[in-house]
Design a protein around this ligand. Structure first.
Ligand SMILES: C[S@@+](CC[C@H](N)C(=O)[O-])C[C@H]1O[C@@H](n2cnc3c(N)ncnc32)[C@H](O)[C@@H]1O
Length: 235
């Protein structure tokens, strides 16, 4: 029987990203942001996912955390990691963040770091990278009919990007699945504003726990009917 990861890789058509050694093997460095959060642990424990889609992976702190929980729980799970591995706006504009990109030959080495970290932890059977922008990746997943049990959103924190990511990944989540997002704080007003707009638009009630927000996709699609229309169709 094939594993969830083998089925995912076959659906994507990219092969096994760990079949060859990385071009550059780097010592383990799992620096990241709020990637080992209890909210993520609880989400994995509740959903017991077959497929997690992570949007915004960086060096892999949160992805490795979720993969280790899946391994601990004995789940046949695949975690798809979507990232350009080029960093976000805040990593470029803030002088404190730029050194974290590990720029070599004029380009960040985040992807090489991610691959090395996954190998160091022996998690090749769980994690699959998709180096792509979040928008194109979402459309690609839709073309391939891929449906996630759990989505973790932690890519750009700019309002239009977050709103676009929420709109793009919500349809890829199965009914009853969870979408967890990061940085719902005053430090990232764009995330808060995008979440507010999205939740109102889709009649959802986000739960905010620490810096994370959680949205549960209703089991049955919500049908919003205006009072006048409802009255008109009543017998
Ligand atoms: C805050 S970091 C992710 C942190 C990570 N989850 C962790 O546990 O440390 C955000 C990541 O999103 C990626 N990113 C930003 N905008 C993106 C976009 N439009 N498409 C794909 N990736 C993007 C950046 O390259 C960066 O690696």
């Amino acid at each position: 029987m094939t594993s969830a990861t083998e089925r995912l890789r076959a659906a994507l058509g990219f092969g096994d990203p760990f079949a060859e050694p990385p071009l550059e093997s780097l010592p383990e460095d799992l620096q990241g942001w709020a990637g080992r959060d209890p909210v993520l642990r609880r989400a994995v424990e509740i959903v017991r996912p077959r497929l997690v889609v992570e949007v915004g992976t960086w060096k892999g702190q949160s992805a490795v955390f979720m993969a280790e929980i899946c391994r601990e729980l004995g789940l046949d799970a695949a975690i798809l990691c979507i990232d350009t591995w080029l960093g976000s706006l805040e990593h470029l504009v803030d002088d404190r963040f730029r050194p974290l990109l590990g720029v070599r030959r004029g380009r960040p080495t985040l992807y090489e770091q991610f691959l090395s970290n996954v190998r160091a932890r022996g998690l090749e059977g769980y994690l699959t990278p998709l180096p792509q922008t979040s928008g194109t990746a979402a459309r690609f997943l839709q073309c391939r009919g891929i449906v996630a049990d759990l989505v973790y959103l932690d890519a750009s924190h700019e309002e239009p990007d977050v709103l676009a990511d929420l709109e793009a990944y919500w349809p890829l989540l199965r009914p009853g699945g969870l979408l967890v997002g990061d940085d719902c704080t005053a430090n990232f007003p764009g995330v808060v504003r995008a979440l507010t707009i999205f939740a109102r638009r889709h009649a959802l009630e986000p739960r905010v726990e620490g810096v994370k927000f959680v949205l549960r996709k209703p089991d049955v699609p919500t049908v919003r009917v205006r009072a006048t229309e409802a009255t008109a169709t009543l017998p």
